[in-house]
Design a protein around this ligand. Structure first.
Ligand code: GRF
Length: 219
């Protein structure tokens, strides 16, 4: 397969965007980032794009009369650049049909919880408030629902009794930065097979469900 062309959508700090840049630069992922699209002109992700000579585009959602038109515009910009895979990296909007339809099973998202638990905003806070003892993150394909698409990889971390939202988020984020480039790598090697809502990883017999179980960290 030709080198995978990625389009990244981000609204904020962009540390997951950075982890993908680093994986490419470090030779762990064979791909190129064609464009960063943001809905926030002051997103720190833009600084990261500039530093790495990645083209970026601010698309103002307020310039469109409907959300569907906004997402149609994003889809057109991605298609115009030959993007194969759309990567949501802290993109704070629910993706709508006009983009999902043109990139069906070709949009990934990372969520800071073990789905299907704690979808939506503040997955880490939800896990803490619920009293969960295990938290983590999920990379999944995007469908029309909120964090409901087929799961690609998950990583688990422990929740400690003295955790705050910040300490738990930091522990989870380290694993976000590992599993997101890994999921993209599997996609780039055409090793992800979707059957219904089950994602199978080809050539990965030891992980029938491709769940990553990282070793428990010391508190
Ligand atoms: C991450 O926690 C990610 O899981 C969630 O939004 C946050 C984005 O962080 N979807 P960053 O902008 O990638 O640093």
């Amino acid at each position: 397969m030709n080198i995978l062309k990625i389009g990244v959508l981000a609204s904020g700090r962009g540390s997951n965007f950075q982890s993908i840049i680093d994986a490419i630069d470090g030779g762990r992922l064979r791909a190129s980032i064609e464009i960063l699209i943001t809905d926030n002109p002051s997103a720190f992700a833009i600084e990261r794009a500039k530093k790495h000579n990645i083209k970026y585009l601010f698309i103002d959602p307020k310039a469109f009369s409907t959300k569907d038109e906004f997402f149609e515009k994003i889809g057109n910009e991605l298609k115009a650049r030959g993007v194969d895979l759309v990567v949501l990296a802290g993109f704070m909007r629910i993706v709508r049909k006009p983009l999902i339809d043109v990139y069906r099973n070709k949009i990934m998202n990372i969520h800071p919880a073990i789905l299907p638990s704690f979808p939506g905003l503040h997955g880490q806070r939800q896990a803490l408030q619920y009293g969960a003892k295990i938290a983590g993150c999920t990379v999944h394909f995007v469908d029309e629902g909120m964090d409901t698409g087929p799961i690609i990889i998950q990583a688990a971390v422990p929740v400690f009794p003295d955790d705050t939202e910040d300490s738990l988020s930091e522990r989870i984020l380290k694993f976000e930065h590992k599993i997101y480039p890994e999921a993209i790598r599997l996609f780039s090697e055409e090793r992800l097979e979707i059957e219904g809502r089950i994602v199978k990883v080809k050539g990965h017999p030891e992980f029938s469900s491709s769940i990553v179980n990282p070793p428990i960290e010391e508190p």
